[in-house]
Structures are given as structure tokens and as C-alpha cells.
Design a protein around this ligand. Structure first.
Ligand SMILES: [Zn+2]
Length: 65
């Protein structure tokens, strides 16, 4: 069988620490956002990316006006 993976079978949300493994992993790969920051990369789960988008919009809003 094709079981020579490099152990990349866990995704961890860099914001809330939530982890996706097993069955949740395939779904997480589709729904989670892969964020890139200088010097590091991190997954952001679907919940956090929504919250994040909201807070970013809110900040932009208050700075904008
Ligand atoms: Zn999260």
C-alpha cells in the first residue's frame, strides 16, 4: 500500500490550536485557510478564518472612517 507518508497527517490551527486528523483532515484541507506569515506558515481553521475576517473588517472600518 501507499503508506510512505512523511507524517503530515495532522493539521493544527495556528490561531486556536484546533487539530484535524483522520476523517476531519480531508475536510480541513478544503475548508481551512493556509496563511503565510514572514518566517512561518500556519493553517487557520474555518471558524477562525471567519472570526479573523470579521475582526479585520471591523478594524479596517474604524480606521477607515
Ligand atoms: Zn482555529
Amino acid at each position: 500500500m501507499d503508506d510512505g507518508g512523511a507524517g503530515d497527517d495532522t493539521m493544527t490551527c495556528g490561531t486556536c490550536g484546533r487539530q484535524a486528523t483522520g476523517e476531519g483532515l480531508a475536510e480541513a484541507r478544503v475548508r481551512w485557510t493556509f496563511g503565510t506569515e514572514p518566517g512561518r506558515t500556519a493553517w487557520v481553521c474555518d471558524r477562525c478564518s471567519r472570526l479573523h475576517a470579521r475582526s479585520i473588517e471591523g478594524k479596517l472600518d474604524s480606521e477607515w472612517w
